[in-house]
Write a protein that binds this ligand. Structure first.
Ligand SMILES: [Mg+2]
Length: 273
């Protein structure tokens, strides 16, 4: 039987608008009982994801900042020399870390250049903890964690939202990528899909054939959904699914955020017992 892997987004998917995963608990318990790796793949930072891993009692690899970094618990995989070299794997603070994303300092510099060109953009690095907390609804502690960034910078446009198309083409011309949303993100040549593909390969090397499931709610999840066997979109807070995906076999799961997450995982796992 193929081993199952579950990749999941956090905000709006496993977490509801008040950052709770309560409604997904029965499905989370089942994944734990079956020893199914649950791999968090989020735009959140390493520190934020560590906080949720602890609450979820999760000891599996995770992907931070929209695919910027892959964190493998040290020794989780026996990494081949070729992988170590290709992704410049470093081992620190208990992780083997693969860097796929840009350097944070380069992203901060790029936002500065955009401001010089008249775009009123402000990144998390320009904001106080209190501002990030007010904008995101995070507690001050969590907002502090959200500011500790390595590979990706969320930003807002203060007073020229009408110029977003020009702004995003400037970002492209500077050689960076972006995602759009309640917060826009500027990042390097990394996305959730590239990172998920690498993690799937590592599991295949270790376990043989795997069946990969991924759950998301937003455009930044599309690249991840495109790389797995069973892609799932949960409903957003307005009760709709995000439009515009081009993932052919995606499951449009009924249920908002963690409610949809739980239903989808219970149903899919009941088919693979
Ligand atoms: Mg999300």
């Amino acid at each position: 039987m193929k081993r199952v892997l579950i990749f999941t987004d956090l905000d709006g998917t496993l977490l509801d608008s008040s950052y709770s995963f309560h409604e997904a608990l029965p499905a989370l318990d089942l994944t734990r009982e079956r020893g199914i790796p649950l791999i968090i793949c989020s735009s959140k930072t390493r520190t934020e994801i560590e906080h949720y891993r602890e609450r979820l009692d999760n000891k599996h690899p995770f992907i931070s900042e929209n695919g910027g970094g892959i964190f493998l618990p040290e020794g989780y995989f026996d990494l081949e020399a070729e992988i170590v070299e290709r992704y410049a794997v470093t081992t620190e603070e208990g992780y083997d870390m693969l860097r796929l994303g840009a350097r944070y300092s380069d992203l901060r510099r790029a936002l500065g250049k955009l401001r010089d060109k008249g775009f009123s953009v402000r990144g998390f690095g320009d904001m106080t903890v209190e501002e990030v907390a007010a904008l995101t609804g995070l507690s001050p502690d969590e907002a502090g964690m959200a500011k500790k960034r390595d590979f990706d910078e969320p930003f807002v446009i203060d007073d020229n939202e009408g110029m977003t198309d020009e702004l995003f083409s400037e970002i492209r011309e500077m050689g960076f990528h972006f995602t759009r949303g309640a917060f826009h993100h500027i990042l390097g040549n990394s996305d959730k899909g590239r990172a998920v593909e690498i993690v799937i390969k590592l599991y295949q090397n270790a376990l043989g054939d795997v069946k990969s499931i991924a759950l998301g709610d937003s455009p930044n999840d599309f690249p991840m959904l495109a790389k797995v066997d069973v892609p799932v979109l949960v409903q957003r807070t307005d009760g709709r699914h995000i439009q515009g995906h081009n993932v052919p076999n995606v499951i449009l799961q009924e249920g908002i955020g963690p409610a949809g997450w739980g239903r989808a995982v219970l149903r899919i796992l009941s088919g693979v017992t």
